[in-house]
Design a binder for this molecule. Structure first.
Ligand code: ADP
Ligand code: TZD
Ligand code: MG
Length: 557
């Protein structure tokens, strides 16, 4: 005989799932113990949201669903934010929660940690399933894996009742019930006519522009994308998590002339990027009404979601870009020399303008000078994974820190969410074995800061840098009452990590910041750098101030 616990672990092993994340408790504790004893790597967190974020980013980096385990009701709900965030960002993840007695839950008779979890999850997940019998564990896990990674990836909820975990099953029946998923994310080859239509449109363009999104980074089609862009000579813009797909210092990058390139392009080719708020929905002053679009995306309903798409290419990016490359003829797609020249001139102008700010050395540090100090240290570590959240801390870092390798920048993403920092850092360190630097606003850090203990417990090579400006966007003036955006002045976040045996640094100038980061990275050990930033340097909401609703009665009170 065997039981539900063993079947879950066997199903994972059969499907190559070697790492799981979570927080222990009734009814999953023994499952986690068993998984660990069977050679599956388990990472235990302090809060399910961070465990879920670690799983989600692991999914993004590996194209395998990241698995997060939680207990019932409150643990499940804590993890649900991460599941919803994974779905929003198109990251493959499976949240598996233990659940209480169905007969009691369904009659709302008040069980321990009672909640109708599956139905709560449905609204926030790509799919939600429940396993009600031990002989369905194999098929249930197979369904969850396929739902998470096929087509547009997303978050999947899997409900595992305590009863199923504890149920026994005949060994022969159990063995037959397991399912090894064959080709979980099948290629989706775009229709040949869609490629021809897109190439025909691009061939008419004088001022074409490619926009690369994190879907392109996820697709791991790095060579196909590089070859297409370099062969056609089109300028490209990376969305924030697509930075490094081609290096940021690539001659064809139009990043330093972003608004100009978007506003003046006649044909824009979107590759794994949605025309959502991050691209102003393709509308408004940033965009021209006459611009026509090619969009390459695996999700057919993404087409025409915000602007009409003249040449939709529905398929997976690796297959689509291979088809584009095969169909290219020399000189067929050719940006005009004037266009390339205009972009080059804009780039230079903006780079010169930024240089003045970057080279200043104010005291206290501001965002630009501190990031220059960080950039100087990172120069020796091109392979580092960079996690980034905050408002000003996010916006400045995205512009100032160049990326050189694909999938190295992990940030607040589609929701602009705070709280992903430590979870993403841990997930990235675990699945890549590479060093991670997390650049965190002081507010942003607070959402997942307790996971510093997790980082120290597992001795992960994560260096957290806190841009400490005493607040959300800005700090309060010394001596004034604490405002809604204010945080503690002179908070010594560096002491937090010392409590767990990590190395803390408290830095107030650029050369100390560069040195602290270089030393911390060289040590390969957990470290936290508390970098003091001018509390007046930030702006409300960073670069997205325009999204703040204005009070109708401003000035009339
Ligand atoms: P960004 O925020 O970087 O602009 P988005 O998250 O808005 O990127 O867009 C990612 C897009 O990529 C989604 O529309 C998703 O359907 C798509 N996508 C994800 N993986 C693939 C893939 N392998 N092939 C094609 N499209 C993909
Ligand atoms: N809660 C969640 C989950 N996500 C959010 N985005 C917010 C609240 C609102 N918010 C932002 O949009 S940015 C931010 C909050 C609280 C923090 C900004 O402060 P910071 O960064 O210290 O992290 P800067 O550098 O001071 O701007
Ligand atoms: Mg701050």
């Amino acid at each position: 005989m065997t039981d539900g616990f063993h079947l879950v672990v066997d199903a994972f092993k059969l499907n190559g799932i070697d790492t799981i994340y979570g927080v222990a408790g009734i009814p999953i504790t023994d499952l986690l113990r068993l998984a660990q004893s069977e050679g599956i790597r388990y990472l235990g967190f302090r809060h399910e949201q961070s465990a879920g974020n670690a799983a989600a980013i692991a999914g993004y980096l590996t194209q395998k669903p990241g698995i997060c385990f939680t207990v019932s009701a409150p643990g499940f709900l804590n993890g649900l934010v991460a599941l919803a965030n994974a779905t929003t960002n198109c990251f493959p993840m499976i949240l598996i929660s233990g659940s209480s007695d169905r007969s009691i839950v369904d009659l709302e008779q008040g069980d321990y940690e009672e909640l109708d979890q599956m139905n709560s999850a449905k609204r926030y997940a790509k799919a939600a399933y429940r396993i009600n019998r031990p002989q369905d564990i194999g098929i249930g896990i197979a369904r969850a894996i396929r739902a998470a990674v096929s087509g547009r990836p997303g978050g999947v909820y899997l409900d595992l009742t305590a009863e199923v975990l504890g149920s026994s099953l005949d060994m022969e029946i159990a063995k037959k019930s397991l399912v090894k998923v064959v080709d979980p994310a099948p290629r989706q080859i775009p229709a040949p006519e869609s490629i021809t239509r897109a190439i025909d449109l691009l061939a008419t363009a004088q001022r074409p522009l490619v926009i690369l999104g994190k879907g392109a980074a996820y697709a791991q089609a790095d060579e196909e994308i590089r070859s297409f862009i370099e062969t056609t000579g089109m300028p490209f813009l990376p969305m924030s998590m697509a930075k490094g797909l081609l290096p940021d210092d690539h001659a064809q990058s139009a990043a330093a002339a972003r608004s100009y390139a978007i506003g003046h392009a006649d044909v824009v080719m979107l590759i794994g990027a949605r025309l959502n708020w991050l691209l102003s929905h393709g509308k408004g002053p940033l965009w021209s009404e006459s611009t026509r679009f090619v969009q390459v995306d695996i999700s057919p309903t993404e087409m025409d979601s915000n602007r009409p798409i003249a040449a939709p290419v529905v398929g997976d990016i690796k297959s689509a870009l291979s088809a584009f490359n095969a169909a290219l003829k020399p000189g067929l797609i050719k940006p005009s020399a004037t266009w390339l020249d205009e972009i080059a001139q804009r780039k230079q102008k903006n780079i010169d303008r930024m240089a003045a700010r970057l080279n200043a050395d104010p005291s206290p540090m501001d965002f630009s000078s501190a990031l220059r100090a960080v950039r100087n240290a990172l120069g020796a570590w091109p392979d580092v994974y960079l996690v980034n959240e905050g408002a000003n801390t996010l916006d400045f870092a995205r512009n100032i820190i160049d990326m050189h390798e694909p999938r190295r920048r992990l940030d607040s993403g589609t929701w602009g969410v705070m709280g992903i920092g430590m979870g993403y850092a841990i997930g990235a360190a675990v699945v890549t074995g590479k060093p991670v630097v997390a650049i965190e606003g002081d507010s942003a850090f607070g959402f997942s800061g307790m996971e510093v203990e997790t980082i120290c417990r597992y001795q992960l090579p994560v260096v957290t840098i806190i841009f400490n400006n005493n607040g959300i966007y800005r700090g309060d003036a010394i001596g004034s009452a604490c405002s809604p955006t204010g945080l503690m002045q002179n908070a010594r976040y560096d002491k937090m990590i010392e409590a767990f045996g990590g190395t803390g640094y408290h830095v107030t100038d650029t050369s100390s910041l560069t040195k602290a980061l270089s030393d911390a990275l060289a040590s390969g050990k957990p470290a936290l750098i508390n970098a003091i930033i001018d509390p007046t340097a930030g702006t409300e909401s960073g670069h997205i101030q325009s999204l703040n609703p204005k009070s109708t009665f401003a000035g009339k009170k």
